[in-house]
Design a binder for this molecule. Structure first.
Ligand code: GDP
Ligand code: IMO
Ligand code: MG
Length: 428
């Protein structure tokens, strides 16, 4: 038995969905531990593409228990849409999908506050997904949040909505010059959602810990990535939750002593959506080519992703902060055909060299990467399933990443599809 965390090692969109789907073959239970429907996790099976936002990427396997943990923020309408969309495509969703009573609800006013806040920040905006994520976590920490379990007590729910709206409507009208919300309307809407979701609401911490005691294989799926973590990312250009491995323990209610492995998902180059520093960003034809070939457009908002060379400084940071036991390198095939490939090994700022991630976001924004150059490979790696079949220069690239990051590659992904990967070490 094993408890495995899958965590993004960069700025999100590393290919976590594909990896979680693959690892679910051997898992009994898969749980999301933070974030909300700001996430977009893509899984391609044969030629069918699925994008999961809130539901764990293990849902495409029959008979696996899928849990939305307490650390997740849930927009009920989005969740219902996702369930409906999957059912229409023949995916069975019944008692196997469970939502924590302690997960916080995204309310319509959180979405309004998210968008109004971004508008007010103007040029300094974070570039959020506009899904209400930040304001929902604000309410959670301020202890004014409304939880999924509150849906089961209509009076409690109504009391909390009415109380919150006193402040929020004042703020919306007077600060943001936006429209307010009616408590009754929200109540009616959310009670209708409750009718649909009621059977999925559960004490998920008990269920997960029972599975752990029973010796089951548990997979904990992170959203976003290490550099988008609220504490360890490029603050304030981050999301509002702990996306790192530590967030998995708080986000589902498992003790740290139970975790067996932490697999960091590393895209073979770097991408980022939204604002904030990205030292290795390529604003030239190579960046454009990587975006085009890699289909680097947001799975949630459709925005073009900013692309750049691999940055091993942030990967060393990710290895340390998450306690990575292995890495999965994805999208190797996208680098096929490049003449030269660069790897960032350090940063330069005002004549000094830095070998570690810079916490001062304004400095990180201005530092220049120190690159090491490797010869690219001209052969196709698409769909290769054995390490020794990779072109020797691609093998050298993988080995150099392992050296620079100090963590071994356990999986190498060579295509979008479920079976397009090289498995070097089992996780379960
Ligand atoms: P996530 O948010 O970490 O789950 O990643 P996304 O789904 O947002 O973005 C990753 C994209 O890359 C998706 O379109 C995947 O289908 C795709 N992908 C994942 N692994 C590979 C790979 O090894 N090669 C290629 N070509 N595409 C991949
Ligand atoms: P997955 O799980 C990439 C980014 C947004 C924005 C910042 C804050 O698919 O990897 P938020 O709406 O969370 O308040 O936005 O975080 N962001 C992501 N970028 N992948 C994601 O998820 C992201 N979720 C949020 O673009 O810069
Ligand atoms: Mg994504």
């Amino acid at each position: 038995m094993a408890i495995v965390i899958v965590v993004g090692a960069q700025w999100g969109d590393e290919g976590k969905g594909k990896l979680v789907d693959f690892l679910t073959h051997k898992a009994d239970l898969v749980a999301r531990y933070q974030g909300g429907h700001n996430a977009g996790h893509t899984v391609v099976i044969n030629n069918e593409k699925y994008v999961l936002h809130l539901i764990p990427s293990g849902v495409l396997h029959k008979d696996k228990v899928c849990i939305i943990g307490n650390g997740v923020v849930v927009e009920p309408a989005a969740l219902i849409d996702e369930i409906k969309g999957l059912r229409e495509r023949g995916i069975k969703i019944g008692g196997n999908l469970l939502i924590s009573k302690n997960a916080h609800l995204i309310m319509p006013y959180h979405i309004a506050l998210d968008n109004a806040g971004e508008k007010m920040r103007g040029k300094k905006c974070i570039g959020t997904t506009g899904r209400g994520i930040g304001p929902t976590y604000v309410d959670k920490m301020a202890r004014t949040g409304i939880r999924v379990g509150d849906l089961l007590s209509p009076e409690v729910f109504m009391g909390k909505v009415a109380s919150n709206l006193k402040n929020i409507n004042f703020l919306l009208k007077n600060l943001y010059k936006a429209g307010g919300f009616s408590a009754q309307k929200i109540f009616n809407e959310y009670m209708a959602y409750t009718k649909i979701l009621r059977k999925h609401i559960a004490d998920t911490d008990l269920i997960i810990n029972e599975a752990v005691i029973a010796g089951k294989n548990v997979l904990l799926e992170g959203a976003q990535g290490t550099l988008l973590d609220i504490d360890h990312g490029t603050y304030p250009y981050v999301t509002s939750s702990n996306s790192i491995a530590g967030g998995a323990c708080t986000g589902v209610g498992i003790g740290p002593t139970k975790i067996s492995r932490v697999l960091g998902v590393v895209k073979a180059y770097t991408t980022r959506v939204g604002s904030g520093p990205l030292p290795t960003e390529l604003s030239d034809a190579t960046g454009e080519e990587i975006r085009r070939k890699g289909g680097e457009f947001g799975a949630t908002t459709g925005r073009p992703r900013r692309c750049g060379w691999l940055d091993t400084v942030i990967l060393r940071h990710a290895a340390a902060i998450n306690g990575l036991t292995g890495i999965a390198i994805t999208k190797l095939d996208i680098l096929d055909g490049l003449e030269k490939i660069k790897i960032c090994t350090a940063y330069r700022y005002k004549g000094k060299t830095y070998n570690h991630f810079l916490k001062e976001t304004d400095v990180f924004e201005k530092c220049t990467p120190v690159y090491e150059e490797m010869e690219g490979w001209q052969e196709s790696t698409l769909g290769i399933k054995e390490f020794k079949k990779l072109p020797s220069r691609a093998q050298a690239y993988i080995r150099r990443i392992e050296e620079l990051v100090g963590v071994k590659a356990h999986i190498i992904s060579t295509g979008q599809k479920r079976d397009e990967l090289i498995l070097l070490r089992n996780q379960f």
